[in-house]
Write a protein that binds this ligand. Structure first.
Ligand SMILES: *[C@@H]1O[C@H](CO)[C@@H](O)[C@H](O)[C@H]1NC(C)=O
Ligand SMILES: *[C@@H]1O[C@H](CO)[C@@H](O)[C@H](O)[C@H]1NC(C)=O
Ligand SMILES: *[C@@H]1O[C@H](CO)[C@@H](O)[C@H](O)[C@H]1NC(C)=O
Ligand SMILES: *[C@@H]1O[C@H](CO)[C@@H](O)[C@H](O)[C@H]1NC(C)=O
Ligand SMILES: *[C@@H]1O[C@H](CO)[C@@H](O)[C@H](O)[C@H]1NC(C)=O
Ligand SMILES: *[C@@H]1O[C@H](CO)[C@@H](O)[C@H](O)[C@H]1NC(C)=O
Ligand SMILES: *[C@@H]1O[C@H](CO)[C@@H](O)[C@H](O)[C@H]1NC(C)=O
Ligand SMILES: *[C@@H]1O[C@H](CO)[C@@H](O)[C@H](O)[C@H]1NC(C)=O
Ligand SMILES: *[C@@H]1O[C@H](CO)[C@@H](O)[C@H](O)[C@H]1NC(C)=O
Ligand SMILES: *[C@@H]1O[C@H](CO)[C@@H](O)[C@H](O)[C@H]1NC(C)=O
Ligand SMILES: CC(=O)N[C@H]1CO[C@H](CO)[C@@H](O)[C@@H]1O
Length: 596
């Protein structure tokens, strides 16, 4: 620890004071602060009540995670004791202040595209389930979380057609495994602009600004989007009209930048280095989604109608349009009709076409008949999208259908959507074949090896799993990637597809938990899980995924089993051949299993 001289002390006090003054623009934070209790607390059933103390704590933990991910100069009243100021030079390469914001995941890059999705998702949830934040006294932390992201996004958008899409180099970053005091300083600032445009990134940032602008506006007139007042859907109490206007201005500029006809291209095409971490596969979904958000923020019927036109012209409801796929930072299509129904109600438009699309999506999800299907343990799984971070597509679908449920055309759809949403939340909170709640620090069976360079406390990238044997810090409230498609989870620190943590992983659970906090007196599933349950079920070895390849090595028993299978197959083939000869079929021959 360096000796602090008196002038330096004064500087520390002054900096502390200025960050106090800055933070006074937001809601004042509770004193004493909310701090996560240790994991033992999550194994003690509560006595219920409203709000239920276990849901209250979980909501607090999920927000606390974002505080652990903060970049830049941290305020004097920071709650995560093991975090330090970091990346204080960000933006210096382009003579801008791009310090602040959030580290994306278990590493130290800052990525605008998934951050935008995260902020949009959280603001959407807080517009509708805001009472959950209010009742649990978490609204000041929600405000602080959102402003830490939005204030950075404002800095990243210094003029109408300029948006910084990434700070840091994914390749340099991938080679660094260590704490927040020695982050490699070569952190380029990557930008889109008129000559180097990015429709998807600009539209996604516009959606973040627009949705949060609605949340911050005095929205009693903006958010009347539920037919049923007893559902208690209302925004969190953090309104600030001038902040809302600022956010709206950024949303408008970015939407017009994104939708300018001559500037439509993927940001990963214009700025390939930024695409290495989060390249999106299409910008049609982003543009349509952001048109709806801006239509809501501006109460703009013209834009609302244009959004339907985009949806149709670009075939977003068609087979390749993404409606039967996952909702996430890349695929926004499933969110579009759900939002469309809400916007129709706010601006008095005809939402019946959106209702049809939303229910086509919702019915396929609950039946497992779209691209998503259910694992043996009951998790919604999309091959491809779920192979890395399996919980995220499931939670995003649950969030969408919970929100849509009260707007559904029949009460049986309402209850099917709600029970689907509950099943996914229960799974994530421990009602799964591993008996593992996938939120760090929530219960003794929670993961203890999240892939987070800053929480791990290691310095040696070749010894991620063993150095140190136990992670240095508990990154409370972090949702990990999740199990494989057989519901197996290994809790291996280097295995980022299963154990990494990320801004967008927490977002849908935050909304789902806010809804439980306002409306569920019974505990989250995990209070029924006592220490040692996961240890009993933890599989041996390692998963087969992007980190661990599984070249088949046959054990003796495996060879015997294979011999039996081959023998049986041989008999079947032999029998079929005989049948084929007897039946006098000619033409080609497809071995069993290779037919159309
Ligand atoms: C509203 O937000 C702005 C911008 O952050 C801030 O300057 C102002 O103090 C806030 N107003 C209130 C009443 O909190
Ligand atoms: C967890 O916290 C409780 C109460 O604060 C304390 O009694 C217990 O020893 C702690 N357990 C662990 C494992 O730190
Ligand atoms: C923050 O700094 C302290 C020393 O002041 C150090 O012990 C800790 O590990 C640092 N945190 C991280 C995440 O590197
Ligand atoms: C856009 O950004 C690129 C760097 O990525 C820069 O070379 C170019 O001059 C910028 N164009 C404008 C119009 O600012
Ligand atoms: C919001 O508007 C309602 C009436 O529509 C008013 O009663 C309330 O005071 C306003 N709140 C704020 C924070 O402006
Ligand atoms: C409103 O929702 C509540 C709770 O789900 C339900 O009991 C009630 O019947 C609903 N009312 C209408 C008019 O849909
Ligand atoms: C609250 O819970 C009840 C019973 O589970 C459910 O019918 C109702 O729709 C829920 N309300 C919200 C806003 O989710
Ligand atoms: C509504 O959207 C249209 C189309 O983008 C735009 O031309 C118009 O200025 C917007 N109206 C308002 C009030 O913002
Ligand atoms: C989407 O499907 C509709 C009807 O099935 C068809 O008319 C339209 O051409 C398709 N759009 C695209 C972009 O494929
Ligand atoms: C809404 O649109 C649908 C078809 O798109 C139409 O059948 C229905 O009559 C319209 N409803 C109203 C109230 O205009
Ligand atoms: C690459 C490209 O077409 N850039 C254009 C984007 O739009 C602005 C006007 O809005 C033009 O000036 C750029 O040439």
């Amino acid at each position: 620890m360096p000796r602090i001289t008196t002038p330096a002390r004064l500087l520390v006090i002054l900096t502390g004071l200025s960050s106090f003054l800055l933070s006074s623009a937001q809601l004042s934070l509770p004193n004493p602060p909310f701090l996560p209790p240790n994991s033992s607390w999550g194994a003690v059933p509560s006595s219920g009540g409203s709000p239920n103390p276990q849901w209250t704590t979980l909501l607090g933990d999920l927000l606390y995670f974002y505080e652990a991910q903060r970049s830049g100069k941290l305020p004097a009243n920071k709650r995560v004791p093991w975090r330090n100021d970091s990346a204080l030079e960000d933006g210096s390469d382009v003579h801008l202040d791009l310090t602040g914001g959030y580290y994306d995941a278990g590493d130290y890059i800052k990525c605008t595209f998934p951050l935008s999705f995260t902020l949009m998702s959280i603001c959407w949830g807080a517009i509708d389930y805001g009472k959950g934040y209010d009742m649990t006294q978490q609204t000041p932390y929600l405000d602080s979380m959102l402003r830490w992201g939005l204030d950075w996004l404002i800095k990243a958008h210094p003029s109408s057609d300029t948006l910084y899409v990434q700070v840091g180099d994914a390749n340099i970053d991938n080679e660094y495994w260590g704490g927040d005091r020695n982050i490699p300083t070569n952190r380029p600032s990557l930008v889109i602009n008129d000559t180097s445009p990015g429709t998807d990134a600009a539209a996604a940032a516009s959606a973040a600004f627009a949705s949060c602008s609605i949340l911050y506006s005095n929205s009693s007139s903006s958010t009347k989007s539920t037919p049923n007042a007893s559902l208690n859907l209302q925004p969190a109490s953090l309104q600030n009209a001038s902040y809302s206007q600022t956010l709206l201005k950024h949303a408008e500029q970015l939407y017009y930048f994104a939708s300018s006809p001559s500037n439509q291209t993927l940001y990963s095409t214009s700025v390939p280095a930024a695409g290495e971490a989060y390249a999106s596969s299409s910008y049609y979904d982003d543009l349509t989604f952001s048109a709806l958000w801006l239509a809501w923020a501006q109460k703009n019927a013209t834009l609302y109608n244009q959004a339907w036109g985009m949806y149709e012209n670009w075939g977003l409801g068609n087979e390749t349009g993404g409606l039967d796929g996952a909702f996430n930072w890349d695929g926004k299509t499933p969110g579009i009709p759900v939002l469309g129904v809400q916007v129709a109600q706010v601006i008095g438009g005809n939402g019946s076409k959106w209702v049809g699309e939303a229910e086509r999506y919702g019915d396929a999800v609950v039946a497992g008949s779209g691209k998503g299907y259910f694992t043996g343990g009951g998790l919604l799984y999309y091959d491809g999208d779920s192979d890395e971070a399996s919980l995220n597509p499931a939670l995003n679908a649950a969030m969408l259908l919970m929100r849509y449920a009260p707007l559904a055309s029949t009460s049986s759809k309402t209850s099917a959507y709600l029970s689907f949403a509950k099943s996914q939340v229960d799974y994530v909170l421990g009602n799964n074949p591993m008996s593992a709640p996938y939120v760090v620090g929530a219960n003794p069976n929670s993961p203890t090896n999240p892939h987070s360079a800053m929480a791990a406390g290691g310095q040696d990238i070749t010894k991620i799993d063993t150095s140190p044997p136990q992670e240095a810090y508990v990154i409370y409230g972090a949702v990990v990637g999740g199990p494989d498609k057989k519901d197996n989870f290994w809790d291996i620190r280097s295995d980022w597809p299963e154990t990494e943590i990320a801004l967008d992983y927490n977002a849908p659970l935050l909304t789902l938990v806010a809804a439980h906090a306002l409306n569920d007196t019974t505990d989250p599933f995990y209070t029924s899980l006592q220490a040692g349950e996961y240890a009993k079920r933890k599989p041996n070895g390692h998963p087969c995924d992007a980190v661990f390849s599984c070249v088949p090595t046959l054990s003796e028993t495996g060879k015997i089993a294979m011999g039996v299978v081959l023998g049986v197959l041989g008999l079947i083939v032999f029998g079929l051949l005989g049948w084929w000869v007897v039946a006098g079929r000619g033409g080609g021959y497809s071995p069993p299993g290779y037919g159309p």
